[in-house]
Design a protein around this ligand. Structure first.
Ligand code: NAP
Length: 263
């Protein structure tokens, strides 16, 4: 288990979403959207378990949270491995006592046209983006049930709603997350647990950085707000859905896409 307790600073001002005392677990917290979500939840007062494969990057994020007076611990996690998911959930529960907010954010792309897509690339994207979210939720949901309060936020994608040529695997995984979200919302509502999804549009992160310039320009032309999104745009939506203010919202997919798709 790779983990590191960060410095405690009781002088931290509570953030805008009133999550003081809450315990959150964010996957893919080593960079991009996951990192931004972790920082936002910590700003709102939550203690955040940061999970991903790159422990060195997690340490840097934990350092940022600590420097701002927040609380974080890091956990090595590979969401494509059931064994790793179980070990991570066990370690977080042992260290922090419970998980009240779970952000299933870790995700990958392995793009390719369907006629050429290898089964291994289809399977890997489904296993990472969809099965991982299912298994980790399964591993921590009893903890939320015990407290009769919980928040699961799944990071899907606009592509899960519209489809995308060259992304059959990724779009299927993200559409699957929306179905998973609605099913879990129905199963756990009576326990005080809400389950929602956030569907980012085009967000400037390492994932989109590698796309060809012409492709990016074509996407920008389809965004009514005429800008790419930032990781902070997504983090704000996640922190809201994690808050008490969002307590009557469940099974919902919140589009954060500058208007590029209006469901
Ligand atoms: P990113 O910069 O590539 O970050 C992906 C994160 O997922 C990293 O922290 C990575 O950490 C983690 N990850 C990948 N595979 C993992 C595994 N097997 N186990 C554990 N962690 C894993 O991408 P991003 O743009 O921030 O994307 C975050 C989420 O938003 C993804 O689910 C993505 O599909 C979704 N999204 C992004 C956009 C966009 O425009 N950027 C749009 C819609 C949806 P390690 O490498 O350290 O494990």
């Amino acid at each position: 288990m790779n983990e590191q307790e960060t410095r405690n600073n009781p002088g931290v001002p509570a953030g805008g979403h009133g999550l003081s005392g809450r315990i959150a677990l964010v996957t893919g917290a080593s960079q991009g959207i996951g990192r931004a979500c972790a920082i936002e939840l910590a700003k709102s007062g939550a203690t955040v378990a940061l999970a991903a494969r790159s422990v060195a990057k997690l340490e840097a994020v934990a350092g940022e949270i600590t420097a701002a007076g927040g609380h974080a611990r890091i956990y090595a996690l590979d969401v494509s491995s059931e064994e790793s998911i179980k070990a991570c959930a066990k370690a977080v529960l042992a260290d922090l006592g419970k998980v009240e907010i779970l952000v299933n954010n870790a995700g990958i792309t392995k793009d390719g046209l369907t006629l050429r897509m290898k089964l291994a690339d289809f399977d890997e994207v489904l296993r990472t983006n969809l099965t991982g979210a299912f298994l980790l939720t399964q591993a921590v949901i009893s903890s939320m049930m015990k407290g009769r309060w919980g928040r699961v936020v799944n990071i899907t994608s606009v592509v899960g709603e519209t489809g995308a040529a060259g992304q059959a695997n990724y779009a299927a995984s993200k559409a699957g997350l929306i179905g998973l979200t609605k099913s879990l919302a129905r199963e756990f509502a009576s326990r005080g647990i809400t389950v929602n999804a956030v569907a980012p549009g085009f967000i400037q992160t390492a994932m989109t950085e590698e796309l060809p310039e012409a492709h990016k320009t074509a996407i920008l032309a389809q965004i009514p707000l005429a800008r790419y999104g930032s990781d902070a745009d997504i983090a704000a939506a996640v922190a809201f859905l994690a808050s008490d203010a969002a307590g009557y919202i469940t099974g919902h997919t919140l589009d954060v896409n500058g208007g590029m798709y209006m469901g």
